[in-house]
Design a protein around this ligand. Structure first.
Ligand SMILES: NC(=O)c1ccc[n+]([C@@H]2O[C@H](COP(=O)([O-])OP(=O)(O)OC[C@H]3O[C@@H](n4cnc5c(N)ncnc54)[C@H](O)[C@@H]3O)[C@@H](O)[C@H]2O)c1
Length: 410
């Protein structure tokens, strides 16, 4: 193979623009790193030949038609030689993140950009949605992403208009929400966040990919996910998730601690219900080293009382210690939740996600979002697990939880 065939060029672009959208000032800033058409049989690798570096050109922000392809340092063209391991790039995916200037995102975005979530050959674009108040911080986030030089991060755009930011999104991670303030009633919170998630559902319905996968994190996440999906009738309801993976991880940790094993030995843990203190962590179906938990941990009182309460109240205890809610472990659990959908579930195992209940095999009320056990082939989709068992205790706890939920007592 000729040396030229081993070359490919990557063009780094930068552009900046200001625009008015829906009578509101919407600033979006975007940079991109885009592979140029590759020569036949080309391969990508890591060294740079200086003779290929071209002079930067200044961008004209006034007239998009006159806009040159690139700006400043992002105009440099590199000739990358196949001296090291070669890679073939996959088609870029667009990931929208709301609440992108918040604490959870501050951990999550860097994991997404590093390739930890979608793999080392998957280029991504990050579309970051903030609130008007957090816009400056959002610029800071984008600057930090630039400075991190992630090779897989091809585009970053920031904005405060969901209709702009969610354009063509393949994934929407909805983290931004209003937290409950002092003296605020739960109903007030539901009202405010209900409006946010209704609007974001409409925006996804209008501009996102028709098969966008939506992960709702902002609390109350089950209700928000339901509101969001009801406002996005053109997107399959099955594509909406509310995050309960953090609770699953917390449950695994507690079971491992009690059994004196490392936590990777704990499997088949389901969180039934919602990310709230009424959730039901299922120890009946859970396993340690492939053996039912109840055969390993014989202390049923501990399982029914202490374990359950510890998992349910872990978030509150953490807030007391930290003075804020969990951010790093939540980001890790979002990574886990996405990876569970884009990689095949290990044989015999499953994961928890709060999903739309239509057609569920457990007798849970239809038309709500409820955390249940899921398996995936790794194609972004999932099936509900059929081989779970119930006893009177588990059934009654789920029923109790369900009654709470139906009263919106989340
Ligand atoms: N499901 C879970 O397991 C879980 C775990 C922890 C936290 N949470 C929830 O996640 C949410 C975010 O937590 P955080 O610690 O990152 O909070 P944070 O306050 O640090 O960040 C939230 C960000 O969202 C922004 N925002 C508010 N409204 C917005 C909107 N309409 N559009 C876009 N951005 C908006 C805010 O300006 C802020 O920058 C909270 O609701 C929290 O309760 C869920």
């Amino acid at each position: 193979m000729a040396v030229a065939d081993l070359h490919t060029k990557i063009n780094l672009q930068y552009s900046s623009r200001l625009s008015y959208v829906s009578n509101r000032l919407s600033y979006s800033r975007r940079f991109s790193l885009r592979p140029l058409p590759q020569p036949h049989n080309s391969r990508i690798c890591c060294s740079v030949t200086s003779k290929e570096v071209q002079a930067p050109v200044t961008v004209n922000t006034e007239d998009p038609k006159k806009k040159p392809d690139c700006y400043g340092v992002f105009c440099l063209t590199y000739d990358l030689m196949a001296e090291e391991e070669t890679k073939s790039w996959k088609k870029m995916i667009n990931i929208a993140v709301s609440g992108a200037a918040g604490m959870i995102s501050n951990h999550l975005l860097f994991k997404l950009a590093s390739g930890e979530v979608f793999g080392p050959e998957q280029p991504i674009a990050l579309k970051l949605l903030g609130s008007e108040r957090s816009f400056q911080a959002l610029e800071g986030v984008a600057m930090e992403l630039e400075d991190s030089l992630f090779p897989l991060l091809r585009e970053v755009s920031i904005g405060i208009d969901a209709y702009e930011v969610f354009q063509d999104a393949d994934w929407a991670l909805l983290i931004g929400a209003k937290p409950r303030g002092p003296g605020m009633e739960r109903a007030d919170l539901l009202d405010i966040n209900g409006q946010i998630f209704a609007e974001q559902g409409k925006a996804l319905n209008a501009v996102a990919s028709r098969n966008v996968k939506v992960m709702v994190v902002g609390n109350p996440c089950n209700t928000n996910a339901l509101i969001c999906l009801k406002n996005a009738p053109d997107i399959p309801a099955k594509n909406f998730h509310a995050l309960t993976r953090l609770d699953e991880n917390r449950a695994k940790c507690q079971l491992a601690l009690k059994a004196g094993v490392f936590y990777d030995q704990v499997s088949n843990v389901t969180i039934w219900g919602n990310h709230s203190t009424t959730q039901v962590p299922d120890f009946l179906n859970a396993k340690i080293n492939g053996i039912p938990v109840k055969e390993v941990i014989k202390d049923t009182k501990w399982l029914e009382e202490e374990f359950t309460e510890k998992v349910q109240k872990r978030g509150g205890v953490l807030i007391k210690k930290w003075g804020r809610s969990s951010a790093a472990s939540t980001a890790v659990s979002i990574v886990d939740a996405i990876r569970s959908l884009v990689t095949p579930t290990p044989h015999g195992d499953w994961f928890s996600s709060a999903v739309y209940t239509a057609g569920n095999p457990y007798g849970i009320a239809e038309d709500i979002v409820f955390s249940m056990p899921c398996r995936s082939k790794g194609d972004g989709d999932y099936e509900l697990v059929k081989d779970v068992i119930f006893d009177d205790y588990l059934r009654s706890r789920i029923k109790k939880k369900l009654n709470c939920w139906l009263r919106r007592d989340v």
